[in-house]
Write a protein of this length. Structure first.
Length: 314
């Protein structure tokens, strides 16, 4: 399928999803749907490095938090200088993408010579370092956190949560499109050679370090973009809520459950797990969310180690 047609189909699907959410007449659909779409972006971003290249990244929460705190920093800069101009959310998302992409490139340059468990531990250390920096950065609230005052309504759309939902919906479409473009390109084939046998790829002349740097940059940028609207969604941001275990675990588990070798795997995993978690939050408690992830992950590792996509293909 040609990329313009693929993108058009997903934009139509996005329009249908947004229209159905509006027709439901229940704003909680937008709150819950935002979280699910946020995980679609996060899991798709993680899969670009972890699935396509085979480099497991435990630092997803760090990039997500970078995007969120980029928004907080811009918000603080504007409010403390009494500037009346409000930066549009798409611009905040792009700024967060640039910041997180640069950090992703830097992380890759420093750590991608490591492999396996050593690389995974290095990415986890990155999250710890960034959290320590944020806790001690008083401008963005430090350990006490920061409040964000969001508008009640936005013109032509209605409640602000609908606007955030729409932004995340379009970002999810963009992330899925990017993942598919990579999968069916020379870049994707290069990523696959790294995943299958990096030493053989290097011996064959594949520029593995360059490709891995591209992967960390794109993956980090998308994760940061997913975090950019979060302060306006939650209203109050603190380090514990952004560097939490939920984002690191879910961004890894969702692609593994859906399937890591295809762009559709993270989408399936995110929609399945994200929906189950939102239902559990309403009916039982949010405390069982990680329990659900753990049980499903163990089950799929045993029954379908290649995820739902691999199970269907076999």
């Amino acid at each position: 399928m040609r990329t313009p047609l693929f993108l058009l189909i997903w934009l139509v699907i996005a329009a249908v999803v947004f229209g159905a959410a509006v027709m439901s007449g229940n704003d909680y659909v937008f709150f819950a749907g935002y979280v699910v779409l946020q995980y679609v972006v996060l899991s798709t971003a993680w899969n670009i490095l972890g699935g396509y290249c085979g480099y497991v990244n435990f630092g997803s929460a760090a990039f997500f938090a970078l995007g969120a705190y980029s928004t907080v920093a811009i918000y603080k800069l504007i409010t403390e200088n009494e500037i009346t101009y409000r930066v549009p959310m798409p611009v905040l998302i792009l700024i967060a993408g640039v910041v997180s992409g640069v950090v992703g490139f830097g992380m890759g340059y420093l750590t991608l010579r490591l492999r396996g468990a050593f690389f995974a531990i290095a990415t986890l250390a990155l999250a710890v370092v960034l959290q320590t920096l944020v806790v001690n950065w008083d401008f963005v609230g430090g350990s006490r956190g920061a409040y964000i005052v969001r508008p009640e309504q936005i013109a032509y759309i209605g409640p602000y949560i609908r606007y955030l939902f729409l932004c995340m919906l379009l970002l999810a479409v963009a992330a899925i499109t990017i993942a598919r473009l990579i999968e069916h390109s020379r870049l994707g084939f290069g990523f696959a050679t790294i995943r299958d046998d990096e030493l053989a790829a290097e011996a064959s002349g594949v520029p593995t370090l360059k490709l891995k740097l591209i992967a960390t940059t794109i993956s980090g940028a998308l994760m940061g973009m997913a975090g950019a609207p979060f302060p306006y969604y939650i209203g109050y941001l603190q380090p514990a809520s952004t560097f939490g275990l939920d984002y690191a675990v879910n961004s890894i588990a969702m692609p593994l459950i859906g399937g890591t070798t295809s762009w559709v795997g993270p989408l399936i995993g995110a929609v399945l797990l994200g929906t189950l978690q939102q239902v559990a939050t309403v009916t039982i408690s949010s405390a069982v969310n990680l329990l659900i992830v753990g049980c499903l992950l163990v089950g799929f590792v045993i029954v379908a180690p290649n995820g739902i996509v691999g199970l269907v293909h076999t």
